[in-house]
Ligand binder design. Structure first.
Ligand code: SF4
Ligand code: SF4
Length: 421
């Protein structure tokens, strides 16, 4: 079933990586000259953010209701159009980093008057992407799952955070309990980290190392004991799932009185070697590669995230974001190209699908842009986005990408219909 390696000559496996002493770091990466912050709002020439504006570390930079928090002190060099990997129109703010750092005290002041609002305003793009629904009073959440296991293969970021920043995760859990009143906190982690998971003020549960056991839908089914219905999310069942790093960010923010900005990333080199780095949000990939001793040549592929669910970055001047858990560089000779060969109906995809979807049929409808039929007839919304079907497809069809596109287009069409109603 497992036919090809992800990088170099490493043996492919459907088991999660376990962090061990062979993985060095985290090595600190300083931005060499500029950082690039992404604000999820379309670019407009009339925005208040302008080249030349001074920015402090921890300062909110907003366009309309969308904001990013600067992880550095410096001066805005440019404000540009940017389209993210999901095709959403955003704005990139490029900041020239100053030699000395000044901390913005707005978060500390906001905390004193209203910690819940301070979290909502300043922590949405903190390392680990804390889910803001957690602080929404009308959401009806009664359980929080803190995930100290990594959600894709070859990544050890969340394990690193749970192991080395246990104190910050524990403080985060205490803050969550105090602000939200939610007392049912569950920490899930690999067996090797059970002792840590049991020491942070949560009930500890083991997650298997067989992929995709750390997928949120799988955690819900196997650990929380609730099956998420098609088209719904775990939040509809009263459960908030967040990474250990998100909890650590909340803990550090309230402990230190400033929004954290240092992101832990697993870097996978072309030969399969791994190391951990720590970089400010907005740091360019080129700076990460320079620090990790990686040279990227024409034809190599940069993957943001893991080998099963990550996406390709198109340039080295893309930047570390709050959810960038891993960056992989695949050598040109290791890349298995996707193809436009037709499906030969071998059934490999359907046999491996953990959601028991008839993927060979689903992909036909997605490929033909019959998105509503894909949802109504072939369980598009039951897909848990594990990527296994793409990996095993003998025709090398980009099935996972077809599925993601189908979901994206359906969501866009439904939003447009709701707006027109
Ligand atoms: S990504 Fe593919 S294998 Fe995974 S749940 Fe979706 S259809 Fe099934
Ligand atoms: S694995 Fe690929 S070729 Fe085989 S049935 Fe699925 S989509 Fe078709």
């Amino acid at each position: 079933m497992i036919k090809r390696s992800f990088v170099g000559l490493t043996t492919p496996s459907f088991e999660y990586s376990v962090k061990d002493s062979s993985i060095s770091g985290p090595q600190k990466v300083a931005p060499s000259k500029t950082v690039r912050l992404i604000i999820e709002s379309p670019f407009s020439r009339s925005v208040a953010l302008k080249a030349g504006n001074e920015v402090k570390t921890g300062q909110r930079l907003c366009i309309g209701n969308a904001c990013a928090v600067s992880g550095v002190t410096g001066k805005i060099a440019s404000v540009e159009r940017y389209v993210n990997q999901a095709g959403k129109a955003c704005t990139a703010v490029v900041i020239e980093v100053a030699a000395s750092e000044q901390i913005d005290d707005a978060f500390a002041n906001a905390c004193r008057s209203n910690p819940r609002k301070a979290a909502q305003e300043f922590l949405a793009n903190a390392p680990g992407n804390p889910p803001m629904s957690l602080f929404d009073e009308g959401k009806g959440l009664d359980t929080v799952v803190i995930c100290g296991a990594d959600s894709d293969l070859d990544i050890v970021t969340q394990q690193q955070v749970l192991e080395q920043s246990t104190d910050a995760v524990q403080k985060g859990i205490a803050a969550i309990k105090k602000i939200t009143g939610i007392s049912n906190i569950v920490a899930v982690a690999p067996q090797s980290l059970m002792q840590k998971a049991g020491s942070i003020g949560a009930s500890a549960k083991v997650v298997s190392n067989a992929y995709p056991a750390a997928n949120p839908y799988w955690i819900m089914k196997d650990i929380i004991g609730k099956v998420v219905p098609a088209g719904k999310s775990w939040e509809d069942l009263g459960v908030c799932i967040m990474s250990a790093e998100a909890a650590a960010s909340i803990g550090r923010a309230f402990d230190e009185g400033k929004a954290p900005a240092e992101k832990i990333i697993t870097v996978v080199k072309k030969n399969g070697g791994k190391l951990l780095v720590s970089a400010r949000i907005g740091t360019l990939f080129s700076d990460v590669f320079a620090a990790a001793g990686i040279s990227v040549s024409g034809g190599d592929r940069i993957i943001v995230g893991g080998p099963m669910t990550g996406y390709a970055a198109y340039a080295e001047d893309q930047a570390v974001e709050a959810g960038t858990d891993a960056i992989m560089v695949q050598g040109a000779s290791d890349i298995t190209p996707v193809s436009d060969y037709p499906c030969i109906n071998c059934g490999e995809c359907a046999r491996i699908c953990p959601a028991k979807i008839q993927v060979n049929m689903l992909v036909r409808f997605c490929e033909a842009a019959k998105y509503q039929d894909a949802a109504d007839l072939y369980d598009l919304h039951c897909c848990i986005e594990c990527g296994l079907c793409s990996y095993v497809c003998v025709s090398r069809m980009p099935i996972f990408q077809y599925i993601k596109l189908a979901k994206h287009e359906l969501a866009r069409m439904n939003t447009a219909e709701a707006t027109n109603d």
